[in-house]
Every structure is written in C-alpha cells, then in structure tokens.
Design a protein around this ligand. Structure first.
Ligand code: PMV
Length: 361
C-alpha cells in the first residue's frame, strides 16, 4: 500500500454533528524504533507488545461549521481542563493528516482526553494519546463514509497515528505489532503497524510488564530530538542493520517460546537504544542511578532464582520489567521486596500484554 491508498474517493460531509470515543493503549517496544526519515518513516523496523492498563480515553464531539474554515477549529480538554500547551502537537498532527481526512476544516472538534496512568509519571502518553485521536477521527470519517470497512479503518488509523507519533501506530491492535518494512515479515510497511503475522508461543500471550517509575519528571530529551540525533550518528547504519537482524532472530524465539534468547534480544535492544543516546552529539545519559540499581538487582535475581524476568527501557529512566504469567507471584514479591525502594515515591504500575484499542461509542 502507498500513501495514496489512504485518500478515499471524494465524499460529502452530510452529518451535522456526532460524537465518537475510543480507549487506546500504550505499547512497549521489544525491538526499538530510534531514528526516522522524512514523513515519519522509521529508519528501522520495530516490534512491540501492546499494553493493557496504560491507556488513553478520548472522546471527539464534532459539529459542522457554517462554512469551511481557513484553519483547524478545535478545543482540547485534558482530564476535564483546557490544555493549551497540548494544542500545537495536535495542530501539527491535523496538518499532517489533512491530505487524508478532507473533512478536518469543515467541522469544529471538541477533544476530551484522559489517561489511565498518573500524569507526570514519566510514561510517554504519545502512543496511547495519538492512537486514540487517530481512531476517533477514523470513526468520524466512517460516519461520513459508511461503506468503509473495518480493515481499512484499522490500517488508516495506524497510518494516521504514525503521523502524530511514530510508535503510536503500534497501539491500534494487539498483542504484538510490527512496524517498518522488513524483508523477513510479509506485509510489513513503513506506513503503518501490522499484527505480527507469525506463530507466537502461548507463553507470550499473557506476558506481564510492571513499570517501575524511577523518574517521574519531564523527559530530559524529547523523542523528536532523540530521533534527530541519529542523523549523522557514527553508529547509525550499523544500528539500523542490527534492528533487522534482531527481528530475524526474534522470529524463532517468539515461535518456540525461547525465553533465554528473548531476554538476550530484549535487554540488548534497550541498552543499545541508551547506547545510541550516550554516543550521539550532543550526548545524553537517560538512565538514573536507580535505573542501574534495578537492572543489577534483576540480573542477580534472575540468576539466583532461575527466573525469566528481564527488563526493557524506553527513552527515559523508568524500567519495564517483563515476565511470564507463571512467575507472577515470585516476581511481584521480588519487586515489592527489592525494587520498589528505587522507585520515586515507591510507585509502579502493573500492566500486561493487551489486545488493542476499543471503541466506546
Ligand atoms: O513515537 P516516538 O517518536 O515518541 O518514539 C518512541 C521511541 C521509543 O519509545 C524510544 C522506542 C519505540 O520503538 O517505542
């Protein structure tokens, strides 16, 4: 599919008003997306677990304007309160989407959004937030173009979410989503995420992710700046090639449920992401001392308890602890006994693999 496939034939804006709502989850990458080309095209393919508990709920109420406006007409409420500082990001997203959603300047939109996780938790809400808005706008388009089928709606929602925040395109469906063209994965695309099309061992169907909130402050480096630092990065090409290799390595691991190999790939990906940030110009250390304390405790516990828990990181100090269902009790105990002391205000979020966004109405 190409960008052109996301432009529908001309249709009329017959509906005067309506409202739609979606709940859309966050996701955690196993193979990381870091670096992008023009138009939000990823420099390398990535794959993620869709999450369940960490989600954004968004409602869009739309009302037809008297005449087409010259600019987008929208208001934004975050947890019931107007949020002017979120508006520029939404405006950029609407601008990028305009070529694919012809009705955007014909309506006024009231966007009401809230997160299931505490704000300022250091958890990026862009994946769940942007995917929820993209889905709502697709629901509006379906109101105007009812013959649209569900498959198209889902693909185009992922395509649009990507224009808001790259990783958001992996938050529409579950439970494993791949984004970015990769020769080894049939149907993969740079333009949208797809459900991972190969066999996945049942051990991964109910995997857990406990997110340890090490640093709840603003991100030190925005992901936009981080992606940009991969331009001209001395190790960029090798890293992009490695992501392809890791995807190939992951395929039999996912199929066979080989947790030992899973751990090696996932932890190495997390540390490589941080390695890229440490070796760029300017350079950044996004981990905090407590991030390292946690990683060391995880390694000690894994070896002593013959456990299969492992960690991954996003572009910040928080630690995602991944483990299979049958280890849930021992790992919870370990987290409470040994890791919680390294969390800011002892806070952590128990999440697990999820199955994608849900339409609420
Ligand atoms: O979607 P963005 O532009 O915020 O980038 C997210 C990048 C990482 O979270 C660090 C990795 C990933 O693949 O999700």
């Amino acid at each position: 599919m190409t960008e052109k496939d996301f432009e529908l034939p001309e249709y009329t804006f017959d509906k005067e008003e309506g409202s739609v709502a979606y709940k859309s989850p966050s996701n955690i990458a196993l193979i990381k997306y870091w670096g992008k080309k023009k138009n939000q095209v990823p420099a390398n393919p990535s794959i993620s677990f869709t999450l369940d508990a960490c989600a954004t709920t968004t409602k869009i109420t739309y009302k037809k304007l008297k005449g087409a406006a010259t600019d987008f007409q929208f208001e934004l409420l975050f947890e019931g309160t107007p949020k002017p500082d979120f508006k520029p990001k939404i405006k950029t997203f609407l601008k990028r989407s305009e070529a694919y959603l012809p009705f955007l300047k014909a309506y006024h939109f009231k966007i009401e959004t809230s997160n299931s996780f505490p704000h300022s938790s250091g958890i990026a809400s862009s994946a769940s937030g942007m995917s929820a808005i993209a889905l709502c706008l697709m629901a509006v388009e379906k109101d105007l173009y009812p013959q649209m089928n569900e498959d198209y709606l889902v693909k185009k929602a992922s395509f649009l979410a990507r224009l808001g925040s790259g990783s958001a395109c992996r938050s529409i469906e579950g439970d494993l989503v791949q984004w970015g063209r990769h020769a080894g994965v049939t149907g993969s695309s740079d333009l949208f995420g797809i459900k991972y099309p190969y066999k996945v061992h049942k051990v991964f169907r109910n995997y857990h992710d406990t997110i340890l909130l090490v640093d709840k402050g603003e991100k030190q480096v925005s992901s936009t700046v981080g992606h940009d630092l991969m331009h001209g990065h001395p190790f960029a090409e090798k890293r992009f090639a490695q992501a392809h290799e890791n995807l190939d390595r992951l395929r039999p691991v996912l199929e066979q449920g080989n947790l030992k190999e899973f751990i090696k790939i996932v932890e190495s990906e997390a540390l490589t992401l941080h390695g890229m940030m440490m070796t760029s110009h300017p350079y950044f250390i996004l981990m905090k001392p407590n991030t390292l304390e946690i990683i060391n405790r995880i390694w000690e516990f894994r070896s002593a308890a013959k456990s299969n828990l492992c960690f991954t990181l996003d572009a910040g100090a928080n630690v995602h602890v991944l483990y299979p269902e049958n280890e849930k009790e021992v790992v919870h105990q370990f987290i409470k006994n040994e890791l919680v002391v390294f969390c800011q205000n002892q806070q952590y979020i128990c999440d697990r693999i999820g199955f994608g966004a849900k339409r609420l109405y």
